[in-house]
Write a new protein. Structure first.
Ligand code: AMP
Length: 411
């Protein structure tokens, strides 16, 4: 599964002109403090950081951190290796482990894998174009479809520019002032410290109040509105469906305009909507890390969660199928096949019987559509009492004594 996911990512991303970048697993703590933001949960609570001793007495050493995400590393490499000087749009993807101090649970790990990408460059390379946002989103839709992820949902929003956001935050503060007293503790605190995060609240009793708060869409300047309209129009043209989610925002100042998240419904055992990946447009990150202006857009897919989803969906699909399809080899085996089906059905299994006149290939095709396994019933099998069972999901063929068949088909 891991290999298939990564091979699909490499294959799809290559068709969109992305090249792979591999950045170090650890970097200076300062890079993440600046690039991810000192006030974020990631930097304030979740990083694995240590003081590295110097190589000589005169060398004080430095603080290092296991990377909690990969955007800061990619932008650092972009600056350090002069990619900016090429003047070209850079399309870079990465696949690798990330580290966050979390309470480990299903779908949340201290070491987890992300597949991500960044599209960035000087503005004259077209890096700030709405076309790039739509291209990245369309690529992600193609990637999920090629993997066979079912039921994904793309939530989309625009968080405007760094000038729009303070106006919106002020409006939020004002609207929260009279109602926050009756909201949950977290909301009360966030209403003071970071009103945007009130929008993340999941407490059922607060939802109606949050939905009634001002929407960022009403605070976008004309250029941001136009950018968002272009992204949506391009997605419409490509037939990529999305839902505008006014509550999808990001707190950091360098996030601008398009913000998005792909989720899948439950069934994956991770709650009602499982966040597979998130991303957004940024402007100012490169400057914050000491580089030239380089607007861009990026995303990070949680590979562990994507695999949990694929496994859960494969299991669900298998559950919809019959337990077995019996394929008699030749019309002379039909009666025996029906008798075997009777036995298995009485044992509580769901079974379909093929037809002895079918060629083996036709039986295989019919069985693959209808059932998880096919039982081949030929002259030898009837004589020996040992049946051949083909398992479609595992791609294996095994010999099973008739007395153990019902048990084997139940697994
Ligand atoms: P973020 O970098 O926080 O925007 O996360 C991007 C994606 O990475 C999320 O949508 C998750 O699928 C995944 N992710 C984040 N943190 C973890 C974790 N601790 N364990 C597993 N997956 C994670």
């Amino acid at each position: 599964m891991w290999n298939r996911v990564e091979a699909t990512a490499r294959g799809v991303f290559a068709r969109y002109g992305f090249g792979e970048i591999r950045t170090p697993i650890f970097e200076t703590t300062e890079l993440f403090a600046r690039g991810v933001g000192e006030e974020t949960d990631i930097v304030s609570k979740e990083m694995y950081t240590w003081e590295d001793r110097g190589r000589a007495e005169s060398d004080k050493g430095q603080s290092l951190t296991l990377r909690p995400e990969n955007t800061a590393g990619v932008v650092r490499a972009y600056i350090e290796h002069g990619l900016a000087d090429t003047g070209m749009l850079q399309k870079l993807f990465y696949i690798g482990p990330q580290f966050r101090r979390e309470r480990p649970q299903r779908g949340r790990y201290r070491q987890f894998w992300q597949i991500g990408a960044e599209v960035l460059g000087p503005a004259w390379s077209g890096s700030d174009s709405a076309l790039r946002d739509a291209e990245v989103l369309e690529m992600l839709a193609t990637f999920l479809d090629e993997l066979g992820v079912k039921g994904w949902r793309l939530a989309l929003n625009s968080v405007g520019s760094s000038e729009d956001r303070p106006r919106y935050v002020a409006a939020l503060r004002e609207a929260l002032a009279p109602v926050k007293g009756s909201m949950c503790e977290n909301c009360q605190r966030r209403a003071e410290t970071n009103p945007l995060r009130v929008l993340d609240c999941k407490e059922p009793q607060d939802q109606a109040r949050i939905d009634a708060l001002p929407k960022i869409a009403d605070y976008l300047d004309e250029a941001s509105q136009e950018h968002f309209a272009q992204v949506k129009a391009a997605l419409d043209a490509c037939g990529v469906s999305y839902v505008v989610e006014p509550r999808l925002v990001r707190g950091l100042d360098y996030y601008t305009r398009t913000t998005f998240e792909f989720t899948v419904p439950d069934g994956s055992g991770l709650g009602t909507q499982n966040a597979l990946l998130g991303g957004g447009r940024y402007d100012g990150l490169s400057e914050m890390l000491g580089g030239p202006k380089a607007p861009g857009i990026g995303f990070a897919i949680g590979e562990d969660r994507l695999i949990l989803t694929l496994q859960a969906q494969a299991k669900e699909a298998a559950e919809d199928k019959l337990d077995a399809f019996i394929a008699p080899m030749g019309v002379a085996r039909n009666a025996e096949a029906l008798k075997l089906a009777q036995e298995l059905r009485r044992a509580g299994l769901s079974v379909e019987v093929g037809e002895g006149a079918f060629r083996l290939k036709k039986s295989f095709e019919a069985a693959d559509k209808l059932a998880r396994r096919m039982v081949i019933l030929g002259e030898d099998e009837v004589a020996s009492g040992i049946l051949t069972v083909k398992d479609f999901a595992a791609g294996e063929q095994t010999k099973v004594p008739r007395s153990e068949l019902a048990e084997a088909l139940r697994r």
